[in-house]
Design a protein around this ligand. Structure first.
Ligand code: E4P
Length: 214
């Protein structure tokens, strides 16, 4: 499973750049970083740090305007993927962008039917927001599983991104469900790397290593 970093924070992207395959941003993540970069400069900077796909979201709501905005953003760098909201206008834009060879990430997906429509319109990625579904008592991972199954069964080239990840168990479940990608916040990547037994084991090895004559 590919690992994307779910942040617009340049320092965090630099820190984890050695282990990530891509980055996803959204307007809320960018607003949160309080960066001095303009939107275009920030996306350009990120695309230089990570060679893999960098998702940048459009904010227009009408399909012609969406396509126009997407073309501008896609022009920033070769590895830009345009995040398009899961609306009927968004699907229309996705179809046109896919015909133009511009990669898309259809976002705010909360059902397998939405994923199916997006895949049928040529979406490169569909982002299933598991955390937000779990928050309201639904089973987010079930949507990931269904979307993965449908995409495989009908041979779509679309890849499922498990998004809105809240904890390491979401990542593990995404991997077991066959999600092509998990986009993970930096805090969850940290948690994934840690185990008390690793720390205790290392401490012991260091102590014992000090007793060995060189
Ligand atoms: C990524 O593509 C999504 O925008 C992000 O994972 C949403 O996460 P949230 O539900 O924590 O805002």
């Amino acid at each position: 499973m590919k690992i994307f970093l779910d942040t617009a924070d340049i320092d965090q992207i630099r820190k984890y750049s050695f282990l990530i395959d891509g980055v996803t941003t959204n307007p809320s993540l960018i607003a949160k970083t309080k960066t001095e970069y303009s939107f275009e400069d920030l996306i350009s900077e990120i695309s230089k740090i990570v060679p893999g796909p960098i998702s940048a979201e459009i904010i227009s709501l009408e399909s012609n305007q969406m396509v126009e905005e997407a073309q501008k953003i896609a022009g920033i760098s070769q590895n830009i993927v345009i995040k398009v909201p899961m609306t009927m206008e968004g699907l229309k834009a996705t179809k046109r962008l896919s015909q133009m060879g511009i990669k898309t990430n259809v976002t705010l997906i909360f059902s397998a039917n939405q994923a199916l429509l997006a895949a049928n319109c040529g979406a490169t990625y569909v982002s299933v927001f598991v955390g937000r579904l779990d928050d309201i008592g639904h089973n987010g991972m079930e949507v990931v599983r269904d979307a993965v199954d449908i995409i495989a069964r009908y041979n779509y080239s679309t890849q499922v991104i498990t998004a809105s990840i809240r904890h390491p168990m979401h990542v593990l479940s995404a991997a077991k469900a066959g999600s092509h990608v998990a986009t993970i916040p930096p805090s969850v990547i940290e948690l994934m790397s840690k185990h008390n037994l690793t720390d205790a084991g290392l401490e012991q090895f260091l102590q014992d290593g000090g007793k060995i004559q060189s």
